[in-house]
Design a protein around this ligand. Sequence first.
Ligand code: GSH
Length: 214
Amino acid sequence: MKLYGFWRSLATYRVRVALALKGLDADAVSIDLLKGNQHDAAYKAVNPQSVVPALVIDDGPPLFQSMAILEYLDEAHPQPPLLPKDARGRARVRGLAQIVVSDGHPLIVPRIRVYMEKELKLDEATRNRWLAHWSLKALEAVEGHLAKEKESGLFCHGDDITIADICVASQVIGAKNYFNCDVSGVPTVMRVFDECMKLTAFSATQPSAYPEPA
Ligand SMILES: N[C@@H](CCC(=O)N[C@@H](CS)C(=O)NCC(=O)O)C(=O)O
């Protein structure tokens, strides 16, 4: 298996965590987003959207979109499961994950930042306000669920890791480490994040710990 990604990419991190939880190895291929290598023709042939991650498994076309990849890994390698057994639980877990993946993260990705800088000519302080604001908004929405719903446990949904924890952890890393957000208003999210980080699958693969392949 080959994982096209980037060390500080939050979407790639989600896939790294899932692979680690499933005990799977993938060769990492670095697409340097800071240099704009996602736009190279060679990578466009792998992922026409010019974003990471992409997971190449065999002769078939690469898998793309982190949520689709997480769900694929869970179906192809069911142990340990990353979704609850009941339909209602799966809907909750996917909903929490999508607050991050569909609504929060898309507002802070490099192409948005580049557009704000180059096209809209927004200065760095204004751009940083945007990034911090929307990063925290997603976490506040997750907090609204976790703090009041009895389904929350040690992790986002009960006491087992799910796709929701993977996605929420990625968002916390962005908010805290990249955009300096004050996360004191999302204590339940942070409690869950701290639990996740006790697991090697989360801590050893996080951007700050992850060695960039040469
Ligand atoms: N929804 C996509 C997001 C993919 C994405 O935007 N990845 C970022 C890195 S975290 C990227 O490659 N951005 C390149 C760019 O914005 O130019 C997923 O979850 O896989």
